[in-house]
Design a protein around this ligand. Structure first.
Ligand code: ATP
Length: 492
């Protein structure tokens, strides 16, 4: 699998993703989507919106504001409970999430355990690898003597904070809870009464609007509300490129169902969301389910299953599908004093709906699609880098090249063709290299088709159409190219 450095450098070189404020040295884990990145991210969002809103009878959309009444966050439990355990190293001054610190112990043949090293890791295997690779000589020596290894995650295994810094071995402070919400002030006066928060999830905008949406759209339960938008979390340890950042975009659905039907709907949404990734070309072997254990479940959740992707840094969450029960609506009823129950005309009864929430990250999905699409192949003794992005996701669908850029008749046809294609889908004109080079450049950004205008085009009004994946070339009439490509793409 491709490593992260290769992806990060491709993203920068070709204009998918840049470091934010780079000319000032950058700012912690914030990233900007460049010309190709914004096209691709928009395509991810459009594919999601199409699948979960436009193509469904039982879904509608919403675009709620980022800033909300501060009481919302009291009702949702975020003011009280949206926090991570934080520890600081007294020596190197680094700060960690205590629940991400792993400890590795060397276990002697007679069963005595001694602390050997620590790591900030994804899982036990990763922690062991990290610690072993720091002092391979010592590891070998101990293993020769029959020592084995035990890996612990203190916060999870024994609910005690780790004591030693995983980086320098220095002493760690006691763990303390750190609220992940960004606090800000409404209006010109920075006083406690004006405090509000940047939303840490889009979901609450949906809950607060449940009645507005239901009444105005006249939807009957079961139905759902979808929203895409920015969320903010003051993550203690952001990282892995755009995987974990402090400002990110979410694609969330709150699907309202009658209590008692929630488990069945949970399963249905799990299938739907899994298939969405597969339909967009994700490698099935790099996807898996991870069900949250009882001790890990959010307090409001009856069950949660995550779709995980095998990133170069290990299996990590792409999306969570949770059964949030009636927790949120009931809390908003309590805090707002408004009735958010639903009257079911068929059964002539009133209830507070249960909620199934498929909640995914736009940035994580975009990153996973990029990684999944990355391929290196050998073609006639040369390396070809190609992003085999699904047709709906590719930022540029077609690129048109003139075989000779100093032949005005060829250039004119190529420019006109690109201009015409652009009216229907994203297309580029490029004459800044030899045809071979231009094909390679487009392969690297996932462009589906390369179209070359040559001398023959002047004679018979045909062009060469090259397919990104098969590299097969066929001749097609200029005036039939657009129709053919639109047909190949289906509805985008
Ligand atoms: P994690 O365990 O990785 O912190 P989470 O379980 O807290 O994630 P949720 O609250 O379920 O995440 O948020 C739903 C989705 O939003 C996640 O599956 C992920 O795709 C995205 N997301 C959450 N936090 C971040 C972040 N800091 N950066 C980028 N995407 C995020």
């Amino acid at each position: 699998m491709v490593d992260m450095d290769t992806i990060v450098s491709l993203c920068k070189r070709r204009g998918f993703i840049f470091q934010n404020s780079e000319i000032y040295g950058g700012i912690g884990s914030t990233w900007d989507y460049g010309p190709l990145g914004v096209e691709m991210k928009n395509n991810v969002k459009a594919a999601w919106w199409k699948a979960v809103v436009r193509n469904r009878e039982d879904m509608v959309g919403l675009d709620a504001a980022i800033l909300m009444h501060p009481r919302v966050w009291e009702a949702s439990g975020h003011v009280q409970g949206f926090s991570d355990p934080l520890v600081d190293c007294k020596e190197c001054k680094q700060r960690f999430r205590a629940d991400q610190v792993f400890e590795v112990y060397a276990v002697s043949p007679d069963g005595k355990e001694e602390y050997f090293g620590g790591a900030l890791a994804q899982d036990q295997g990763d922690a062991l690898n990290q610690v072993r690779s720091k002092t391979p000589g010592k590891v070998k020596e101990l293993e020769k003597k029959g020592f084995t290894w035990a890996v612990r995650q203190p916060m999870t295994d024994g609910y005690v904070a780790p004591k030693k810094c995983p980086l320098c071995g220095g002493e760690l402070t006691e763990s303390r809870q750190f609220n992940l919400m960004f606090k800000t002030f409404m209006g010109p006066v920075e006083e406690e009464a004006a405090v509000t928060y940047l939303r840490p999830e889009t979901a609450q905008g949906i809950f607060a609007n449940f009645k507005n949406v239901q009444m105005s759209s006249r939807k009957k339960v079961p139905f759902g509300i979808a929203q895409i938008g920015k969320s903010f979390r003051n993550e203690i340890t952001p990282g892995n490129f755009t995987f974990r950042t402090r400002e990110f975009e979410q694609m969330e659905i709150e699907f309202f169902v009658k209590p008692g039907t929630d488990e069945e709907w949970h399963k249905r949404w799990m299938d739907d969301r899994w298939n969405w990734y597969l339909n967009l070309g994700m490698t099935p072997e790099r996807l898996r389910w991870r069900e949250h254990g009882k001790d890990e479940l959010a307090f409001y959740s009856k069950a949660t299953s995550d779709i995980e992707y095998l990133f170069p840094f290990g299996w990590s969450e792409l999306e969570g599908i949770a059964n949030r029960t009636d927790y949120d609506l009931k809390r908003h009823m309590e805090y707002s004093g408004k009735d958010l129950s639903y009257f079911d005309e068929t059964d002539n009864e009133s209830f507070v709906p249960y909620v199934i929430e498929p909640s995914g990250g736009v940035d994580r999905a975009t990153l996973a699609f990029l990684i999944d699409a990355y391929n290196e192949e050998e073609v006639r003794g040369e390396k070809r880098v190609v992003l085999k992005l699904n047709k709906d996701l590719a930022p540029i669908k077609a690129a048109v090249f003139p075989l000779k850029r100093n032949e005005p008749r060829i250039v004119e046809i190529a420019k006109n063709l690109a201009a015409d294609l652009r009216q229907t889908f994203s297309a580029q004109y490029d004459d800044t290299g030899s045809i071979g080079k231009l094909y390679r450049r487009q392969d690297e950004i996932g462009t589906l088709w390369g179209i070359t205008v040559d001398f023959q085009s002047l004679e018979d009004q045909t062009v060469t159409l090259r397919d990104r994946d098969t590299m097969e070339q066929i001749r097609v009439p200029i005036d039939g190219v657009k129709k053919m490509l639109v047909e190949k793409m289906g509805s985008c």
